[in-house]
Design a protein around this ligand. Sequence first.
Ligand code: GDG
Length: 475
Amino acid sequence: MPSRSPSSAARATPSADFVVVANRLPVDRVVESDGQTGWRTSPGGLVSALEPVMRSNDGAWIGWHGNPDERLDAFTHNDLELVPVPLSAQEVQEYYEGFSNATLWPLYHDVIAPPEFHREWWEAYVAVNRRFADRAAEVAAEGAVVWVQDYQLQLVPRMLRESRPDLRIGFFLHIPFPPTELFSQIPWRRQLLEGLLGADLVGFQLPEAAANFVRLVRQRVGYKTQRDHITLPDGRQVRAKPFAISIDTAGFEELARQPATERRAAEIRENLGNPRQILLGVDRLDYTKGLGQRLRAFGELLSDGALDDNEAVFIQVATPSRERVDQYRLLRDDIDRLVGRINGESGHIGPQPVTYLHSSYPRTEMAALYRAADVMVVTPLRDGMNLVAKEFVACRVDGAGALVLSEFAGAADELKQAFLVNPYDINGMKSGMLAAMRSDKRELARRMRAMRKQVTEHDISAWADSFLTELRREV
Ligand code: GDG
């Protein structure tokens, strides 16, 4: 249920023993039928990841509320203490769309798109990071644990340590951390590294990312490093370690088992004409996710005659994302054209080869889609982890279904029984998809069993526990 806030639930700044600092608050504003506004917990990688952790830790969450040029008091929503940080429209453009999503995001993802460097964007990034750090300094109780999230806030750990040396500060990067040659392009590389070094523990998805960071600190900042430990000139120790993020596995399983989900999955298959194979992609519409490569591979399987139209259809959910950033607008046009071409070439009357949904859906619908699919196709060109791959596995309570997964998704380190593909190799992807479609049921069940064991044993609470235990550990 959306809550009426902030007016009804506004309160003084809380004093919290556990503080999450993230670019966005985990809520979106909704307008109800009576015209009143309220809040609803929002979908997305970071939110899906941290909501259960917040609930069990009784903390405060600091973040932007999503509306430019508006100041709000702290408020509670579904028992979560939320502390809004204001951003001006210009800051949204320069700090968020600019430096975060048009400089850091492409650079940290292997420069798939060319990063732009603008000094005004950097200045806005510094100013906004300072505001988040100041708010965290006000909210955190003496000796509190503060967990800073992601690439938008890499300067916060140092800024916060300067004003509040009593705090235990952790930082987790949800996206990849690039190799030294790429990171070194950033004009403000040293400030970013020093920003992160304000934390006691810097967490990454994969061991390679942690190693990249330690190497850069040694080369660019000149501090002493030993494996995953960095020693600062004042003797303080910073640790850099991998913590592969995961999902609320039990929650997804429960959703997938509901009779309504099963019914909806059958209905989806029915609406598509009960094809022998349904391939599924679910992504934010982002150039890192390899949507074009994947659809091209599927289109070629049809035009080659390796697959016929009645044999397989592709559902692609592409959730709208960052629509004011130029690269994302161009991508949307590219994908629209590509889908139009594949469907236009199919030359038959009936369900189209590609059902393209540029829209976002409730979790129940996502679970039904995961259950309706025969082959889940997750082919990012680079991805920190990729929760969709894990969600699909969690939802396959029937033990069926195949996963085609990019080697360049962090999840490939754990989901080794997937059909692993290189998304830059279109022929390789075609073979991967065909292999997934043509494997016998026992082979698929064997693979799915192993992947389900992995996501059951390593879920979101195990991730959060291991990060927080390591953060609290004295060194
Ligand atoms: C970043 C990193 C890392 C998507 N569409 C809908 C919807 N979603 C949900 C998915 C999933 C999440 O959004 C997407 O997470 P991913 O991990 O796939 O990707 P990013 O958004 O790029 O996340 C990534 C993650 O952070 C966590 O650290 O894994 O590498 O890039 O949970 O289900 N959810 C709903 N409707 C949609 O239409 N309800």
